[in-house]
Design a protein around this ligand. Structure first.
Ligand code: ZN
Length: 350
């Protein structure tokens, strides 16, 4: 079945539509005018638009009227928008991480583009590649074919060898805030001719926690719900449940903690979202980083003791990463134990 969710329907088709990454868009526009780099590293938090920008670079450099702009009507642009452009190749490096796959990639990258001006390889989750695979990529990144562009995409640039990073042009993406996604939510609501109240806009933006995809999924619920919408419907996403779980942790309500996880259809999603929340809190607690008002609100409401944040973050990280790498799908037992440890930790600290 064709995916017609709002998040897919309104995926940016031009640079102007990318939200909250103005510094990246300006940089990329400059590159498209002056000459694009052949090796690019796009890094930053998940859902911040890295892959979107990578695809758009592929579209612009291959458009008949490009590379400074994309016309949206030529065959190349159409292929790019539909995600079937023969010269824009997305590779999931997490499942193609070995040296054999890299050799194949190097072979293919030496071919001329089939349709456009450039072959563009988008290597998603590139940090997952093996050290040997990175080693064998060094040479081609040093002297890439002039008609090939490699875009390395990662949430964890620190896991890349320095030698790889040194060969790439740096595109540092920022974590988006609820304020950043607001214009996107309004634009899509307008295009859908949906009547949304200011209160609902605020609810959608704040509950998206700055993730454009989450924001559009929530907007879709609001639109479909119409007048009859029960705002509780908006709570049924892992990100929101993670916040309920956060509140339960901070108020040391152990039975609630267990219940929230037990009632969930997606414990993995909740725990990942919770880890993400603690990352934000950790950065603030330890480095005093600038905080979105949204997070300062949570911190002050919860009366959390700042010294508690790093140890909880550590337990979460260890449990979530072990569960995901070792236990496959049935992680609920492991997560329950994580919650028990977190609860005991907060009890002993009070
Ligand atoms: Zn075009």
């Amino acid at each position: 079945m064709k995916d017609t969710s709002l998040a897919v329907k309104y995926r940016p088709t031009e640079l102007n539509e990318v939200v909250g990454q103005d510094h990246i868009v300006t940089l990329v526009r400059g590159l498209l005018v002056k000459g694009i780099a052949n090796t690019i590293l796009a890094h930053g938090p998940h859902s911040s638009g890295k892959t979107t920008i990578a695809r758009l670079i592929g579209k612009y450099v291959n458009c008949e009227k490009g590379p400074k702009k994309a016309c949206h009507v030529c065959q190349s642009c159409k292929y790019a928008d539909e995600g079937i452009h023969p010269d824009i190749v997305e590779i999931d490096a997490a499942t193609n991480r070995g040296i054999e796959q890299v050799r194949e990639l190097i072979k293919v990258s030496n071919f001329m583009p089939m349709f456009g001006r450039y072959k563009v390889f988008v290597l998603d989750e590139v940090h997952a590649m093996t050290p040997q695979a990175f080693q064998s990529m060094l040479k081609i990144l040093e002297e890439p074919p002039s008609t090939t562009i490699f875009i390395l995409v990662t949430t964890e640039p620190s896991r890349l060898p320095r030698t790889i990073i040194a060969r790439c042009l740096d595109l540092p993406f920022q974590r988006l805030s609820p304020t950043d996604v607001m214009p996107l939510v309004k634009r899509v609501a307008e295009a859908e001719e949906a009547e949304i109240t200011e209160e609902q806009f605020g609810l959608v933006a704040s509950r998206s926690r700055g993730y454009p995809r989450v924001a559009l999924n929530l907007l879709e619920k609001v639109i479909k719900g119409g007048d009859a919408l029960d705002n509780r419907l908006l709570d049924d996403v892992p990100e929101i449940r993670a916040e309920l779980l956060l509140t339960a942790i901070l108020t040391k309500a152990f039975p609630n903690m267990v219940k929230i996880l037990m009632d969930s259809a997606d414990p993995d999603g909740i725990m990942l979202a919770l880890l993400d929340i603690f990352y934000e809190l950790f950065v603030v607690a330890v480095a005093g980083a600038k905080l979105d008002p949204y997070w300062t609100g949570i911190l002050s409401r919860s009366k959390v003791k700042i010294p508690m944040i790093p140890p909880i973050y550590q337990i979460l990280f260890e449990k979530v990463s072990t569960a995901r790498t070792q236990f496959g799908v049935d992680n609920i037992h492991y997560y329950m134990i994580a919650l028990k440890e977190i609860y005991e930790l907060s009890e002993s600290a009070s």
